[in-house]
Design a protein around this ligand. Structure first.
Ligand SMILES: N[C@@H](CCC(=O)N[C@@H](CS)C(=O)NCC(=O)O)C(=O)O
Length: 202
């Protein structure tokens, strides 16, 4: 299998973290697709995923699989993992947490495109402010919830760690740790995991 991935992408990081958590490194080759942005046209990637987005997984059959929740669940299945618990309550808790953290990454990536790629004279301040508030509310929610995070991380906890890592990578000036000390402590302990320490965005 080939995982189409770039080191800066938090969604691709999530898939790479899952590969390492499940010990699938020998079965998954990490492939760099070249430039991937909302205004680039990467034809090789478009052939695999019509949305032209990463991560995308190419199965040994040649079939493409996306997006990151689908890829991670597939990897968990073939790796015999428990990142997507079977028990219904635990499962939807994990999926809800993944959705919240994916949302933080979606909003953060959209803001990054707006601020770093869109010409400054076209910046849309109401959009920027509103996205920042979404992030703030979501981090506050995680601060409230993190005491109850699973000790054995599920896809939910792993995605939260990738979302926080992306905040540090692209929005280091917006220090979230002071306002969210419990979350900061939890994140620090998660960074001891090999899967996360080996995939810090660059
Ligand atoms: N829902 C997707 C989001 C993936 C995503 O936003 N990837 C970004 C890179 S971090 C991308 O490919 N952007 C290119 C584009 O927007 O066309 C997932 O979970 O995989």
């Amino acid at each position: 299998m080939k995982l189409i991935s770039l080191p800066a992408s938090p969604f691709a990081r999530k898939a790479r973290v899952v590969v390492i958590e499940l010990g699938l490194q020998n079965r998954v080759e990490i492939v760099d697709p070249g430039v991937v942005t909302p205004v680039s046209n990467n034809e090789g990637l478009n052939d695999i995923n019509p949305l032209g987005m990463i991560p995308s997984l190419v199965l040994d059959s040649g079939e493409g699989l996306y997006d990151s929740p689908v890829i991670c669940e597939y990897l968990n299945h073939i790796g015999g993992g428990s990142l997507f618990p079977d028990n219904i309550d635990a499962r939807f808790k994990a999926l809800q947490l993944q959705a919240l953290a994916d949302g933080i990454m979606d909003v953060s990536v959209a803001l990054r495109y707006e601020l770093a790629m869109r010409p400054a004279e076209l910046h849309w301040q109401a959009f920027i402010d509103n996205q920042a508030e979404k992030i703030e509310r979501s981090l506050a929610q995680l601060e409230q919830q993190c005491d109850e995070f699973s000790r054995e991380p599920t896809i939910g906890e792993l995605t939260v760690a990738c979302a926080l890592g992306y905040r540090d990578f692209r929005f280091a000036e917006a220090d979230w740790r002071e306002v969210h000390p419990k979350l900061a402590k939890w994140f620090e302990s998660m960074m001891g995991r090999e899967s996360l320490s080996l995939t810090v965005p660059i």
